[in-house]
Design a protein. Structure first.
Lengths: 398, 185
């Protein structure tokens, strides 16, 4: 390829035009009917008819490249769709290895939320005590405890800081049961589905503090049903509980998905609550309270394994019944999560140029897809000209 | 209805109650995007589908929310079976969770949708704010001083039935997602 000298470039008819006119030409050249479409397999963009994007003009010289650099994302809408990952596992893989990341994440995220909600209710129950310990961040389990404060202050703090969230209200309702040993969530809130992602973030904000008081792990151990949600069998038959702790479908789904039912759990998978040391429970408390997964970003294998091992023996025998169905399972990651994945990969300067994102949610997706737009809030703060249009198909998606 | 029959129906038919509950979750999440912020983020969520489906789902949501708004008004006047705001928040909690821990949230969201000041849009005939207020007033007059059972029966009458759409096979669509298959299958 012949390289032009700067003096030859000045003779270029394009570069002799005023910049405004050149910008018009660049825009006309770059604008694609239907905009760009995201390809989840490569995490790159293509034209809506699957052609690769033509940047030939950009490569003619450095000056043109520099002038056009910010335009592609500025003049084209970018369309995102759900992504179905496909995994081919070698024969003989155990069920955990063969299971798609998205499927594992969906299950574990649901369980993590159940644990955090129950832990929150247990911690917020005053149990005849009027004080909790508040520490911003505990570096390690069993760290020293800080000065105690009144739960009323915590509730007031939450209500003032997050007036739109129902968590302040729920805490206030819990406090009305001051003399009870434990207040089941069902008596102070609707089902878990009534909590928004924002509410969960509020719980997360206070959970490590609320559970840091001395003796919490002891109380945890005394709560057979709490450990049961962790996936352990307890000495109490699970069906004899009088309180309906969590919404039936959600709980059943969690059980169905791992192909186990506590009543029929195989004997060799049983780990009784009483077998857990206080140290182990304290470690569990810390992991559950501290794990802050953003639903729109699938956790890493290491993070998921860490949480999984709180629930189960590494590969329970009962999971084998699930193995037959594994090949037919379809897990989609939401279109919004793909948009977040793409913009996170961009450099800040490019991200700021984005003007229009279209998100087409037309599949049932994993990990609370309803809240995934939240992951784009920081991008919209950074790119003031950005607008995000999400289409949710009622039949296919809701 | 037996549990297995209940599951079978859940699998083969798109029940109004399920569709309404799930759509409300999308509305609540979209609404919460502006919480803790000074301005609305530049986001829009459109719930799309065949026109009749969108219209039906919206009509049902609006009717359920009119019931919640009426319950709030009657509680305020001390003429409902829910003596306090807390009772009201939990009033329908056992009814498949379409209620919310914040009783004001859904009525406020629906009013924002009706006034075009919402992050959520339904591409159908959504009606006007005045019509919604009239609907709330009607329900309030109908159920004022009535026992809780009457409120629940009214709510159930709104949410009964299934949604059908020509050319849409719900069971086939469900089957795309094997993970959602209940264990009886």
């Amino acid at each position: 390829m012949k390289i032009q000298t700067p003096s030859q470039q000045l003779q270029s008819r394009l570069l002799s035009l005023p910049r405004e006119l050149r910008d018009e030409i660049y825009t006309y050249y770059l604008q694609e009917p239907g905009g760009y479409v995201h390809s989840p397999t490569t995490n790159k963009l293509r034209c809506s008819d699957s052609r690769t994007i033509d940047f030939s003009l950009m490569w003619t010289c450095k000056k043109v490249a520099s002038e056009m650099r910010d335009l592609p994302l500025r003049v084209n809408e970018v369309v995102f769709k759900p992504f179905r990952d496909i995994k081919v596992s070698p024969e003989g893989s155990d069920i955990w290895d063969a299971w798609l990341q998205a499927g594992k994440y969906d299950l574990l995220l649901g369980r993590l939320h159940l644990l955090q909600e129950e832990m929150f209710a247990l911690a917020a129950t005053t149990h005849g005590q009027s004080t909790f310990v508040l520490i911003s961040h505990l570096p390690i389990p069993n760290a020293a405890y800080g000065p105690a404060i009144d739960t009323t202050s915590v509730t007031r703090h939450i209500s003032q800081r997050h007036p739109e969230s129902c968590i302040g209200d729920i805490m206030a309702r819990i406090m009305k049961h001051a003399n009870e040993d434990y207040v089941p969530l069902a008596t102070v809130m609707g089902g878990p589905q009534t909590l928004t992602c924002y509410d969960r973030e509020v719980i997360q904000e206070i959970l490590i503090q609320l559970t840091s008081h001395a003796g919490f792990a002891d109380r945890l151990r005394s709560r057979g049903w709490f450990i049961d949600i962790l996936g352990f069998l307890t000495s109490r038959p699970p069906l004899s509980r009088s309180t309906h702790l969590i919404q039936w479908e959600k709980r059943s789904t969690a059980w169905f998905r791992v192909g186990k039912d506590p009543v029929f759990k195989a004997e060799h998978d049983v780990r009784y609550a009483e077998q857990l040391s206080l140290m182990r429970l304290e470690e569990m408390r810390f992991i559950v309270a501290k794990t802050s997964w953003q639903p729109w970003i699938v956790a890493t294998e290491e993070e998921m394994t860490r949480l999984r091992d709180l629930f189960e023996t590494p590969c329970p025998k009962t999971w084998s019944s699930y193995e037959d169905n594994l090949a037919s399972l379809q897990y989609f990651q939401s279109a919004a999560s793909q948009a977040i994945r793409f913009v996170n990969m961009l450099q800040t300067q490019s991200r700021k140029q984005m003007r229009k994102i279209k998100i087409l949610e037309d599949e049932k997706c994993v990990a609370l897809p309803q809240c995934h737009l939240r992951g784009l809030l920081s991008v919209s703060d950074e790119a003031p000209g950005l607008s995000v249009d999400r289409h949710v198909d009622l039949w296919r998606c809701v | 209805m037996s549990k297995s029959q209940h599951m079978e129906d859940w699998w083969t038919d798109c029940r109004v109650s399920d569709a309404v509950l799930r759509t409300i979750i999308w509305i609540n999440e979209a609404t919460s995007l502006s919480w803790g912020r000074n301005t609305h983020p530049p986001f829009k969520t459109q719930l799309i589908g065949p026109f009749d489906t969108v219209q039906l789902v919206w009509n049902k949501i609006r009717a359920v929310v009119a019931l919640y708004a009426a319950a709030m008004a009657c509680t305020h006047d001390q003429r409902s079976p829910f003596p306090t705001r807390d009772d009201l928040a939990l009033a329908f909690a056992n009814e498949n969770d379409a209620a919310c821990s914040d009783p004001e949230l859904l009525p406020t969201s629906v009013k924002h949708i009706l006034s075009g000041n919402s992050l959520v849009q339904f591409p159908c005939i959504i009606g006007t704010l005045d019509e919604f207020e009239e609907e709330c007033q009607y329900v309030s007059t109908l159920l004022r001083d009535r026992p809780k059972g009457d409120w629940e029966a009214y709510r159930n009458s709104i949410l009964e039935g299934v949604i059908e759409e020509e050319g849409v096979d719900f069971k086939t669509m469900q089957s795309r997602y094997a993970d959602h298959r209940p264990s009886f299958d």
